[in-house]
Design a binder for this molecule. Structure first.
Ligand SMILES: *Cc1c(COP(=O)(O)O)cnc(C)c1O
Length: 419
């Protein structure tokens, strides 16, 4: 398919104007690069600067009074994000909150939702889970006095396959479900790009009495999630990947409504989770805010939240369903172009079914993968290299174009044919 086809798709694209709302990094000659690493750090919305400067100015002119008299008072600042986050992940407002960072939230959720017993103490993760998740899970198992070697089950694809079949998860749960306390998977696996069938997995977990949580680091801002309807017990995410909140930005958490008001669950408490009416009376007994806000611990950092607010305003304007529709087209287009030049040296390990992937494609390169990656980077295409043999590319519907994808496929194919 020709360059003119890609250009025509860009012209037809009703979301194309959003690209102008982002700063696109440039090469040394001043040409915009093709940025395919939104899975690692999303680009900066142009509005971020103003949103952050507003808070710096309120701090400058109001001092501590900014908590109440700021244009967006800091006392309630996280609440400005709640409705938009709820729409993004398919939740009720009472179920979502912007707080802390991802791995911290994972621990806080496990404090409440991982309650092992001698009968039921295991946690299921992906064998290729992001290392931070594996460390967090293993340390929770050990903290409760169990052996992580035995207590953490790593899901693997079948021999000769690249991603995990949902039916195999169901079978595992049927066979061993009564020893499993928690199923904790990525919404999208960071390495293969597989999007797990969250609703089906949640149902299967619940059939066997397991709690089901998801790490949405690579799913939030990427998939059209329906966490409430799917009855997911809890979820956590970071906001610097597809959510474009900026490096180290504040993450988030979801607790399903059916748990969000429970006071019987253990939790690590702090004053920001305490009832807002009496928080400043500083009473000795902790009384949680109803809903997931009651899981907050500290008052949040306003400057990163301001950046996130800028980004969430864009998401809300575009709408995740429209973004997802474009995303499926962009990713499908990339797959199609790569498949036009079949090569023994490259295989796409991400599922072909659009329902089982987000925007990322992971390419396994047999030989000279590192050199091909270097070549792409020199040619102005920013993509990601994972040892020993994987290039990850993510066309992001907010700022990538069909033309980006066309150029990527041309340059990749050339490099792959003459490595
Ligand atoms: C990016 C990512 C992390 C990073 O964790 P932080 O606590 O934000 O540093 C953790 N888990 C997964 C699955 C990720 O993709």
């Amino acid at each position: 398919m020709s360059l003119s086809f890609a250009q025509a798709q860009d012209t037809k694209d009703t979301l194309s104007a959003f690209r102008d709302q982002f700063h696109i990094p440039k090469d040394e000659e001043g040409n915009e690069i093709i940025y395919l690493v939104g899975h690692s750090l999303g680009l900066q919305p142009k509005t971020v600067r103003d949103y952050v400067i507003q808070e710096l100015d309120d701090w400058k002119t109001l001092g501590v009074e900014g908590h109440f008299k700021g244009r967006h008072p800091w006392m309630a600042y996280h609440e400005f994000l709640t409705e938009k986050l709820a729409r993004l992940v398919g939740a009720q407002p009472v179920e979502v909150v912007a707080m802390n960072t991802l791995t911290v939230n994972l621990h806080l959720m496990m404090v409440s939702f991982y309650q092992p017993t001698t009968m039921r103490y295991k946690i299921v993760i992906e064998d290729t889970a992001f290392p931070s998740d594996r460390y967090a899970v293993a340390s929770q198992v050990a903290y409760h006095g169990y052996d992580p070697e035995e207590g953490v089950i790593g899901l693997r694809p079948r021999e000769g396959e690249e991603f995990i079949r949902t039916e195999d998860i169901e079978t595992l749960l049927e066979q061993e479900g009564d020893t499993i306390a928690l199923v904790l998977l990525g919404g999208v696996n960071y390495l293969t790009g597989q999007a797990f069938e969250m609703e089906r997995i949640t149902q299967a977990g619940h059939r066997h009495g397991c709690t089901v949580g998801f790490d949405l680091a690579h799913a939030a801002g990427n998939l059209a999630l329906r966490l409430h309807d799917w009855e997911v017990d809890f979820a956590v995410w970071c906001s610097y990947k597809y959510m474009n909140g900026g490096p180290g930005c504040v993450g988030g958490g979801f607790v399903h409504e059916k748990h969000a008001h429970r006071t019987d669950l253990p939790r690590f408490a702090g004053w920001w989770g305490h009832d807002k009416e009496t928080r400043f009376k500083m009473p000795p007994a902790f009384q949680p805010i109803p809903g997931v806000e009651g899981w907050q611990i500290s008052n949040p950092p306003i400057l990163p939240l301001a950046a996130l607010r800028a980004s969430m305003d864009l998401f809300d304007e575009a709408g995740i369903d429209r973004l997802r529709a474009k995303s499926e087209q962009l990713t499908g287009y990339m797959e199609h172009l790569l498949e036009q030049h079949p090569s023994d040296n490259m295989s796409i390990i991400t599922p072909k079914d659009p329902q089982q992937r987000g925007c990322q494609l992971s390419l396994r390169i047999k030989q000279n993968g590192n050199a091909i990656h270097d070549h792409l980077m020199k040619a102005g295409i920013m993509c990601d290299w994972r040892e020993p043999d994987i290039i990850r590319v993510a066309p992001v519907p907010l700022y990538n174009t069909f033309t980006d994808i066309y150029h990527f496929a041309e340059i990749f194919t050339q490099a792959n044919q003459n490595p």
